[in-house]
Design a protein around this ligand. Sequence first.
Ligand code: ZN
Ligand code: ZN
Length: 279
Amino acid sequence: MIANLLGLPDTPGMMFVVFAVFGMLYFFLIASVAYYVYFYRFRSRFHPDYKLDAKEMKSAIQWAIIGIVGNAALMLPIHMLIAKDYSKMYYDVSEHGWGWLVAQVVVLLLFTETLIYWTHYAFHRVPWLWKHIHERHHKYRVPTPYSALSFNPMDSFLQAVPHHIAAFFFPLHAGVYLASVTFVTLWAVCIHDRVSFVRWPWLNYTDHHTLHHWYSDFNLGQYFTVWDRLMGTYRSPKVDYADVPEGIIYRPRRGYAPVATAPSALTTSPRTPNRSFSG
Ligand SMILES: [Zn+2]
Ligand SMILES: [Zn+2]
């Protein structure tokens, strides 16, 4: 399907190449643009205190490559099933009409938001999952665009899989599917660059994810903060957390009583994250 949309044959090898090679080219292009703009060209405006940590950068890039390639391999069976027409993916808008084309975007958002929140919640809640799958991504306590996809491949696979299995639950147009996987990668880079242009509190905007990396247990959603608010894992970046050093998160208001440190929402959380990079 995706390979097919690009005019390439739907063979397992070609699908792997499309998701691994195109995925890497796309990710490193947008991550590099974000890094160049915010951390180099206009660093004095966006991140004046930023200093390149070569060891951390190398690790982030290595794990992004491992994550993307591993994820492409793990997704292969799902893509083969879609290519063999076992899913409800379709290619002609007229098959289900324009109304469903628009409505499925909302359904897809609800579907992925819910599954990704609970997967991420389990990663933080279950010690084995944290240690063996998700901790890698939290090695980067102060994120950069390159750490956006620095995951254990099982982590990137399990957090991305709702997008790929959606077509087995409801009719999904291939163009909507392609747009959703393209957009979620762009979104991942945006929430790791520590620059928020939009601060709508129901949106899981960049400052929310910056807090997620700093405090670990908060703001586990994908695009929205609804599940976090329902489950008590929400922390607003508009509260002046005294524990977060200057320059890591934007502090919009003066006069707030600083919160020394965020109390853990997941009280049985198995660890305290390291403050400095440790590989
Ligand atoms: Zn992250
Ligand atoms: Zn996490």
